[in-house]
Design a protein around this ligand. Structure first.
Ligand code: GLN
Length: 483
């Protein structure tokens, strides 16, 4: 998935590389999802082809219907064997997409195979806002419902995404034209704070509609803690604000760093400040303009990334933050760049680089993972998912996490070259987190008395942050930025 087209690749604990929607699901439901929660056409086709090669279908013609659709249904039904009460299946994309056709056909069949009170279809549609006449248009909704009905799916509930509140008469019109009960037309309008959405949907009666449709006992929802959190966010004073710069390479599409931006906002909730997140293209930064570009920021994040475009700007940014004591967090590639910058500027090493960018450099302070030296391909060779990390007790990072043993999620091929550990530490870049066997460097820091916040992690802390339980590194970054 290209970060420019598809936004960030979200990584689960068990190492699945998924669509960024899963990140939202985790943040909203506070559940760690797994690879089973992300089903792509590729996975489905691969399974079917493998089954065919094994001879599972001997004598049969293998086709999209029923083989591909059966495979999709099997994935959904597999949750029945687990401790799960309700399966929510989102079919991504838009009705009419070629890619989603087999998926829609599969859920149509599920609707038929299950008793009527065991399956409900919820359709999310857009009501475009026309600014000139200050109105919402229901035509696209009518069309997409029609399209859905033509393939045999009758939505029970419509969740209508709109920029403004939906007038009652429009809801009635939508209900009539789309053959949906009027109380099942649910408004999903733009709210100031994203985390208010579940409360809005509750107020709109989404859960009631689902309970009714599935004939479930409808308990009164207990959203107290979530409501408190939203209230707390609303109370943050307008002038309480910190400005954070994300200096990376995929800035053209802000969704590329979605979880990082959300985690920064979570850090704001925990510190009672608004976080103004800004994206700066590292390619536009050089030693001449750095001061001008970054002077108004209270903190900096160098996020993950692949390939050498824009790395010079990242190194310049790190040097600026290190020397001017601006709080800075390096994530994955960002951490690797911190190590490279330190080797160049403090250790005064010549020809320093990551093997990712220059295989033949004299000082590869970042090099390819040991077990991958022999694999000569780039697909499917990354360290993925949650790995444990042991933190040194007397470090700043230990103070931040409040624990010696943590796990964080990974997605990388390159890592700290252990040959440089001693020299780095001697000169002030401390290695304070490693894998339990001490082989993989996970966290580097400058001690708190040397720098307010200079921390780099080989992992992605943003994937575990939740609005009411911010990832510790983001909490501390914002705390220091606020100071
Ligand atoms: N490109 C680097 C690597 O493969 C960093 C990856 C990342 O930032 N996720 O190790």
């Amino acid at each position: 998935m290209s970060p420019y087209e598809h936004g960030e690749v979200f990584v689960t604990d068990d190492g699945a590389e998924t669509d960024l929607d899963l990140g939202h699901y985790e943040r909203f439901t506070d559940e760690n999802l797994t690879a089973n929660s992300s089903i792509t056409s590729g996975k489905i086709y691969l399974n079917v082809i493998e089954k065919e090669r094994r001879g599972d279908y001997l004598g049969k013609t293998v086709q999209v219907i029923p083989h591909i659709t059966n495979e999709i249904k099997e994935k959904i039904y597999s949750f029945e064997k687990q401790d799960v009460d309700i399966v929510i299946t989102e079919i991504g994309g838009t009705v009419g997409d070629i890619e989603s056709q087999p998926f829609l056909e599969a859920i149509r069949q599920i609707g038929l195979e299950k008793p009527a009170n065991k399956c409900s279809f919820i359709h999310v549609t857009l009501l475009p806002y026309i600014s000139g006449s200050n109105e919402l248009k229901s035509k696209p909704t009518q069309h997409s419902v029609k399209e859905l009905q033509s393939i045999g799916i009758n939505p029970d509930i419509l969740v209508c995404r709109a920029d403004i509140q939906i007038p009652q008469n429009m809801k009635e019109k939508i209900a009539m034209f789309c053959n949906v009960r009027k109380e099942n037309v649910i408004e999903n309008s733009t709210v100031k704070n994203l985390y208010e959405v579940p409360l809005m949907l509750e107020k709109e009666g989404l859960a009631d509609a689902v309970c009714k449709r599935l004939e479930l006992k409808n308990k009164k929802a207990n959203n107290e803690t979530w409501e408190e959190m939203c209230k707390k966010i609303t109370k943050i004073k307008a002038e309480a604000q910190v400005k954070i710069a994300i200096v990376g390479k995929y800035v053209k599409l802000e969704d590329s760093y979605l979880s990082v931006a959300e985690s920064l906002r979570h850090g704001g909730f925990a510190n009672n400040v608004h976080v103004d997140v800004n994206f700066i293209d590292s390619e536009t930064i050089n030693s001449r303009n750095i001061k001008e570009k970054l002077k108004e920021y209270n903190g900096i994040v160098i996020p993950g990334g692949f390939g050498d475009r824009g790395i010079d700007g990242m190194i310049t940014t790190i040097k600026y933050a290190r020397e001017n004591k601006v709080p800075i967090l390096g994530i994955c590639l960002g951490m690797q760049m911190m190590v490279i910058e330190f080797a160049k500027d403090v250790l005064k090493l010549k020809d320093v680089n990551s093997e990712e960018f220059d295989e033949k450099c004299q000082n590869p302070v970042i090099h390819i993972m040991e077990d991958q030296k022999i694999i000569k391909r780039k697909g499917g060779t990354m360290r993925l998912g949650a790995y444990p990390c042991t933190i040194k007790k007397n470090s700043y990072t230990y103070k931040i996490y409040g624990s010696e043993n943590i796990t964080e999620r990974h997605r990388h091929r390159f890592e700290f070259n252990n040959a440089y550990r001693e020299e780095m530490e001697k000169n002030g870049l401390k290695i304070v987190g490693t894998s339990p066997d001490n082989m993989l460097v996970e966290i580097v820091e400058m001690p708190e008395k040397e720098h307010p916040f200079f921390v780099g992690g080989q992992f992605h802390p943003e994937f575990k942050s939740r609005p009411d339980r911010v990832a510790p590194l983001f909490r501390e970054l914002i705390k220091k930025a606020k100071k």
